[in-house]
Design a protein around this ligand. Structure first.
Ligand code: SAJ
Length: 414
């Protein structure tokens, strides 16, 4: 028997909502709390406000059985799981205001014996800050940093590590790193995750857990930067980078990732800055990798402009706008940035193809951006730019595009 009958999840976004629904599906009563009235109302109708495979069914079932409820105001629970955004500010230092606000919100309903877990990706030292902040907000309670053995509450960090598009599988199957302010805190958190995690729960301290998450995403960022740098070197040396990578990866200890139009999403392009911010002198490769990946969209834009210059009336088809393959998420997407910049600079007639969305978000209407189908784009374009390797595009054959200038940032034509 598990020891939690009521859990509260603060922040019902891409991580919080699936986590809340999975915990509810294990028979635990879950109260999800969010500042967005729209999110709360949508969830209470058994629907979802984000896109993630199979999440709609899970949320609907959890709401119908009464195990999952959403609210704007927190209530008492045995465990509080904080999954709010941690963006960076204009000067690329972490913005902890959402975490602070979440904590202020739940502080009045926290009781002795409660567990508070931070899931948001956070700079090193944030979980310690939570302990200190909660100590100020609730001076009547003993915090784990004040007295490890007699603390009234348990505080831990368990960074989320799920891949958008595979969230429901990875929530259950991934190993989890659980860092406690104290060993007792970590143990308590393990008992919560044991409710739904089939992977292993690996115990450590809070600072190491925070750094582990930042390290995972920085590792990926640095490796993508290597691939992106290679792609630019290969352009210069007139070598096919895709063939090169395939060949080099036949070495048993080489595994180069794929170049692309840049790095998008809300994690990999953000988290490495948290390391740079906390160790600016030491974090040299990590910083450089960010700069390389951030520069890649500009490089692609220049390539497209050069291609467009060959035509009196350039018609440019942009294939894909999402931040990666087979999802509909346009946020922080280098593909979308590239397309918008072409429209903004009047580079030619721009045809946008994104099979995963029905219409563009309103804010892009001002650029006169319109969606087109793939067949229409193929018929009209003289320049074809592959920005995302969606499955619909991967079926294209080089003969389908033989008459066009092709800029393939994802290597679908190899
Ligand atoms: N990308 C490339 N080349 C590659 C791989 C990715 O250009 O070889 C690009 C993608 O197109 C995309 C960006 O990088 O624009 C990021 O995509 P991704 O699939 O690498 O990662 P995310 O942002 O969807 O999810 C990552 C995951 N982290 C790692 O794989 C280490 C996920 O497990 C984390 O939970 C998530 O960040 C997060 O929330 O932190």
């Amino acid at each position: 028997m598990h020891s939690f009958s009521r859990v509260s999840v603060i922040g019902l976004g891409y991580i919080g909502l699936p986590t809340a629904a999975v915990i509810a599906s294990r028979g635990v009563e879950v109260l999800g709390v969010d500042v967005s009235e729209h999110a709360v109302n949508t969830i209470n109708q058994g629907k979802i406000h984000i896109v993630e495979p199979d999440l709609d069914m899970l949320v609907q079932a959890a709401v119908t059985t009464g195990k999952l409820k959403a609210s704007l105001t927190p209530e008492s629970a045995e465990a509080f799981l904080i999954a709010v955004p941690t963006p960076f500010t204009d000067n690329k230092s972490p913005d902890l205001s959402y975490i602070r606000a979440a904590l202020e919100n739940i502080a009045p309903v926290i009781a002795k014996g409660n567990l508070i877990v931070l899931e948001s990706t956070s700079p090193v030292g944030t979980t310690d800050k939570i302990s200190a902040w909660l100590g100020e907000l609730r001076p009547d309670l003993v915090m784990p940093h004040q007295d490890p053995d007699k603390a009234d509450v348990y505080i831990a960090h368990c960074p989320e590590r799920v891949l958008p598009g595979r969230v429901l599988q990875e929530l259950v199957s991934n190993d989890r790193i659980i860092g406690g302010i104290t060993e007792r805190c970590a143990q308590k958190a393990v008992s919560l995750y044991n409710l739904f995690v089939r992977g292993e729960c690996l115990l450590t301290n809070a600072r190491t857990a925070e750094m582990a998450k930042l390290t995972e995403n920085s590792f990926r960022d640095v490796n993508i930067a290597f691939a992106n740098e290679l792609s630019m070197i290969c352009d210069h040396l007139k070598i096919n980078v895709w063939e090169l990578i395939k060949l080099a990866n036949r070495h048993p200890r080489v595994n180069i990732l794929s170049p692309g139009p840049g790095v998008g999403g809300h994690c990999i392009a953000v988290d490495p800055w948290f390391i740079v911010d906390s160790a600016p002198e030491q974090a040299q490769i990590i910083r450089k990798a960010r700069e390389i990946n951030d520069s890649k969209p500009h490089y692609v834009i220049n390539k497209i402009k050069q291609a467009a210059d060959q035509f009196k009336k350039p018609v440019i088809a942009c294939l894909g706008l999402a931040f990666k393959a087979d999802i509909d998420d346009l946020r922080e997407s280098p593909a979308l940035d590239i397309a918008m910049s072409l429209l903004h600079d009047n580079v030619g007639d721009i045809l946008l193809v994104e099979p995963n969305i029905k219409q563009l978000p309103k804010k892009y209407a001002e650029h006169n951006a319109k969606l087109t189908t793939l067949p229409q784009a193929l018929e009209r374009a003289n320049v074809l730019v592959v920005l995302v390797d969606h499955k619909q595009f991967k079926t294209l054959h080089p003969v389908d595009v033989a008459t066009k200038v092709v800029i393939d940032t994802r290597g679908i034509f190899g």
